[in-house]
Design a protein around this ligand. Sequence first.
Ligand code: ZN
Length: 344
Amino acid sequence: MRAVHIVDSGAPEEVLEIRELPRPDPGPGQVTVAVRACALQHADVFARVGHPEIEESFPKRPGTEIAGVVDEVGDGVEGWSPGDRVNVYHHVSCGECEFCERGEQTMCPHDRKLGSDFPGGLAEYVEVPAANLEAVPDHVEMTTAAAWPSSFTTAWRMLVSGGGLEPSETALILGASGGVGHAALQLADRIGAEVYATTSADWKAERAAAWAEAVIDYTETPFDEAVTELTDGRGVDLVADHVGEETWQRSIDSLATGGRMVICGATSGADPDIDIRSVYQRHRRILGTPMGSRQDFRDVGRLIARGEVSPVVDRVLPLDRVAEGHRAIENREVFGKVVVTPQE
Ligand code: ZN
């Protein structure tokens, strides 16, 4: 079978390689999935570019947002058969620690991930634990099914199970054109909150406007000032920030007194200058929500199956054009998700 490998740190055209490997045989409790679609994430770009202070080891086998069809089941697997259409929850936890017992798989100290600790789904086949599968209804396209598992589950955690956003509240979604951003935008709107969004280009603003009361071009106006004006000086109840260093203080300053900021990433860097008085004196809270639990995954999956929210697929690429997808994400030329179809 063919599988994408990141063989070194560098330009996508140079370091993304497709290699031929044997199809994985499922071990006990495991399932081999024929991957019909696998979405790219910003984390894929980081996996390739590497972190200057971390010793990276290559090759890597990326791909965390996976949809496909069960191809073969291992010993002891019940409830799944070849031909079943499935989504994959990509966190593999111990199942025994206090966090796992609480249903908080991503808090598990032994948490490992498909697509980084285990081979990922940018391949014709991938081996995954049967316990991580969820059924995909027949009416949901495979490209749609691959466009939400991580982005929408993270956004659900940010807004719903973590952030507790209420219909009467106001929310600001940063970077609303990205994978997590566009998911948060749709979910906040679906909840019934009044939603503001930031993006960097007119064409993205036009698309985001379908779910937002107002879209702020942060390259033209400081977004905290725009929010202050839009809310008559009050600020918003919740800010969803996955940008990090570049936006932190403005995000805090966009909050109403008592508001909360939910964070799930730091694509611009992780070392912001912040005025901590602007947090405690205004009763504001900052909450880490890096990814949702298995239950969050199930819950948001139901919403997608019912068509209440729809992941936006920006483009679909065959496996041998994966570098093009990396480029597009890196250059911020995407609204929603880039999906790769390994079997075409
Ligand atoms: Zn655990």
